[in-house]
Design a protein around this ligand. Structure first.
Ligand code: PLP
Length: 449
């Protein structure tokens, strides 16, 4: 594409004049004006092209502008652009069928939303109505969305300004061996102690007051902490023992990201409710939803479900989901994520960790990896303090700038960089990104002690 700095300047000027951006101090941001995107790349108006190791916000699991999905959206727009949610519509029916075919166990009914936070809102509402209980337990080091209940469930600093003491949310610690809240030294110890901690939390909160436990199957934004073997089954067992609904949030981990259709498939666990969004249609049109078990669907068999959205199951979004799921199956995108994760990205990141003093730990699977950047490998002191801003965040900012200079757009959260490219990235693209990451880590090394 031809550079066009004048158009870029106009796009930027209108943005700065009128667009109010998420999570940002409006006067302190400098958003890049994007001219276009294709596959694993996007570019600006000045002739700079970037390899996207973020998949947007971890949602373009099939990359940008997949021609078959673009065509499906165009065809749906030409035939039936929109229709109200109370009707049976072909694209919606087919999307629900394809999703239910892939969700684990008896999660066979799909409630559609416009995104992840609304999926979490509705899953917790279903759990509360199904059990008649008020509380929901969720983990520190988690993200569940930015609407009222979802932000209260979230276990990171984004919750603090919107916290409502009366939201009926109780937080607990999930396993994370590298920064163990339980002083554990092995995965097995971490697993046992985390389960004991959850059991104690349930006992002291009062099991009969708890509607649900919600967990990200593999926590995403909080650091891609793959759960130790047995943990999720242990949570399942605790929920069963106390009649608590088990919700898995697969908004980020679902639809191929971990090298299986759903992360739950790795851990042989079936929740009662599962939330999804993002990868369901690679974010081409906003869509999310809740996959619902038979027992919970039955609660609303004769009694109306008191929740809904004007755009629930929007035909354009559902047509994009049908096309995306079919493309993922035809092009073996999930298999690609598993294969390149295991044979190329995982080994390459571990090799970077050996060479770079700033890389404290590498964790992940599929196309879902985190590098924990540290000042010192022995003490594990994070390269930047928890929730650092301004000058305190300089090392991560310098790392990010170095990556971009090398044509790599990195995902950065606190002291971590996540390697979360499209699930259909090619081997050559992955190698190109890993080489740029290698160089950028040299900049991070400069801040180690
Ligand atoms: N749940 C998880 C695990 C997420 O990662 C996210 C978004 O990053 C959400 C929920 C919220 O989704 P949305 O931003 O579509 O509302």
């Amino acid at each position: 594409p031809q550079p066009n700095p004048q158009v870029g300047a106009a796009v930027k000027a209108a943005d700065r004049a009128h667009v109010f951006h998420s999570w940002s101090a409006q006067e302190l941001i400098d958003p890049l004006a994007v001219a276009g995107a294709d596959g694993s790349y996007f570019w600006d108006y000045d002739g700079n092209r970037y390899l996207d190791f973020t998949s947007g916000l971890v949602f373009t699991n099939i990359g940008y502008q997949h021609p078959k999905v673009v065509a499906a959206i165009q065809e749906q727009a030409a035939s039936l652009t929109t229709f109200a949610p109370a009707f049976a519509v072909e694209a919606r029916s087919e999307a629900a069928r394809l999703i239910a075919e892939r969700t684990p166990g008896d999660l066979d009914k799909i409630f559609f939303t416009n995104g992840g936070a609304e999926a979490v809102e509705n899953a917790t509402r279903m759990a509360r109505l199904h059990t008649g209980r008020p509380k929901v337990l969720s983990a520190y080091r988690s993200y569940h969305g930015a609407t009222s209940t979802a932000i209260n469930l979230t276990g990171d600093p984004r919750r603090w300004p919107s916290d409502q003491g009366a939201a009926g949310v109780v937080h607990f610690w999930a396993p994370f061996l590298y920064r163990s809240p339980f002083y554990a030294e092995t995965e097995q110890q971490e697993c046992e102690r985390a389960l004991q901690h959850l059991e104690d939390t349930i006992a002291f909160e009062g099991p009969a007051t708890i509607a649900a436990v919600i967990l990200e199957t593999v926590p995403g934004t909080a650091g891609i902490m793959t759960p130790p073997p047995g943990y999720l089954q242990g949570v399942r067992e605790l929920c069963d023992r106390h009649g608590i609904v088990f919700i898995l949030d697969e908004v980020m981990a679902g639809f191929g990201r971990t090298g299986k259709w759903f992360a739950a498939d790795h851990y042989d666990v079936v929740p009662d409710l599962m939330t999804f969004a993002k990868g369901v249609n690679s974010g081409y049109v906003p869509l999310g939803g809740v996959a619902i078990s038979g027992a919970i669907a039955d609660t609303f068999g004769k009694r109306p479900y008191p929740g809904g959205l004007t755009y629930s199951g929007h035909p354009l979004a559902c047509a994009a989901a049908v096309a995306t799921i079919n493309v993922m199956a035809e092009e073996r995108v999930v298999e690609n994520a598993a294969h390149l994760g295991e044979t190329l990205i995982g080994p390459a990141l571990r090799e970077l960790a050996e060479r770079h003093p700033s890389v404290g730990e590498v964790r992940g699977l599929g196309m879902f990896w985190a590098l924990e950047l540290v000042k010192n490998k022995e003490t594990r002191e994070p390269l930047t303090p928890y929730n650092a801003a301004g000058e305190a965040n300089a090392p991560m900012a310098a790392f990010g700038a170095a990556a971009k200079k090398n044509g790599l757009w990195p995902f950065i959260n606190m002291n971590r960089t996540h390697v979360v490219p499209p699930c259909n990235i090619t081997e050559a693209e992955a190698k190109e990104g890993l080489a740029a990451l290698d160089e950028a880590l040299t900049v991070a090394d400069g801040y180690t002690a």
